[in-house]
Design a protein around this ligand. Structure first.
Ligand code: FES
Length: 247
């Protein structure tokens, strides 16, 4: 041993909690899993959305959820568990009504992401990976969500909350805690993490057009290109110079 211990950046990454057998999965859930599997030429491709459906029903990746996914797809429970424990969007223990993610990757960090995380943590009274005692909020440090043009960014129930700061974050948390409507800056009114998980499983709630899908900062490059008549090169135009170089 070198004396150096590997320390996981994700404190709760680990195995499924097989001791917690609680599950709300019903025959209707299994039927929905079969519907998801039928969408793919190779049913096994449906595993990721099926796991999101498990989370929408059980609030985590439950042992029962793993069994049912394996059964529907004709694969082993070990194969399902291997996938479920690889991705950080799949959780091993029940969380709060709202999932609050604070991005601390490079650009958000430069713009104050770490300070924002500290402030939100203090406001909620919980650390990373923890849930408030009232079951309302789970806090997580998250990686870049490709929203760097609006840094620092928070993701609440995986909807964008752009250009955040501690004051805005505090007000947003107060509103959510009081049950007042909070709208994502580029999405719909937040209705809870489980509802988002159902969306990620591929069951639309009809609210996709409720908020703006793109903001001015994201569209600036497109606007400049249109003003100057720029277009992306065709595959042929890209290949031609390379061919000449090789001759
Ligand atoms: S670095 Fe935070 S969204 Fe990209």
């Amino acid at each position: 041993m070198s004396g150096h211990e590997f320390q996981s950046f994700f404190p709760e990454s680990g195995s499924i909690d097989y001791a917690d057998t609680a599950s709300s999965i019903t025959d209707a859930t299994v039927e929905e899993m079969r519907q998801i599997a039928a969408r793919y030429p190779e049913p096994r491709s449906a595993l990721l959305p099926m796991l999101h459906l498990v989370q929408s029903v059980d609030g985590r990746i439950s042992p029962r959820g793993i069994e049912v996914c394996a059964d529907v797809l004709g694969i082993t429970t070990a194969q399902v568990a291997g996938v479920a424990t690889f991705y950080t969007m799949y959780v091993r223990k029940p969380g709060g009504k709202h999932h609050v993610g604070v991005c601390t990757t490079a650009l958000c960090a430069v713009m104050g992401g770490d300070i924002l995380l500290d402030e939100v943590s203090e406001k909620l009274g919980v650390g990373e990976g923890e849930t408030t005692p009232d079951g309302m909020f789970t806090l997580e440090r998250i990686e870049c969500n490709a929203a760097c043009d609006y840094a620092p960014v928070m993701m609440v129930d995986w909807e964008f909350m752009d250009n955040m700061d501690p004051v805005k974050a505090s007000a947003m948390i107060d509103d959510l805690a009081a049950g007042r409507p909070v709208q994502s800056t580029r999405g719909p009114v937040l209705t809870g993490w489980r509802n988002t998980e159902r969306l990620l499983a591929g069951f639309p709630d009809g609210r996709a057009d409720e908020g703006p899908s793109a903001g001015p900062a994201s569209l600036l490059g497109l606007q400049i290109a249109e003003e100057r008549g720029w277009q992306a090169p065709t595959p042929g135009e890209i290949a031609a110079p390379v061919k000449e170089e090789n001759q």
